[in-house]
Ligand binder design. Structure first.
Ligand SMILES: [Zn+2]
Length: 67
């Protein structure tokens, strides 16, 4: 039997393997990618939507503090 204590206390959303990556706060590039992704979804362009998600996931999110 598994320890019941290990089944609690993990708020991470593991049930959504296809959940789109979230843009970093304050990252303008990500914000624009999210807009593009939404537009792609709305016109049924899954390829473009996936491209935007991949771009967000791999974006380094360099803000103003680093150049
Ligand atoms: Zn970013």
């Amino acid at each position: 039997m598994s320890d019941p204590r290990t089944t609690m206390g993990d708020p991470v959303h593991l049930a959504l393997p296809h959940a789109p990556p979230q843009p970093a706060k304050g990252c303008r590039v990500c914000a624009e990618l999210v807009v593009r992704r939404r537009a792609a979804w709305q016109r049924g362009d899954l390829s473009a939507a996936t491209d935007a998600s991949v771009a967000i996931r791999h974006h380094p999110h360099r803000g103003r503090h680093r150049l």
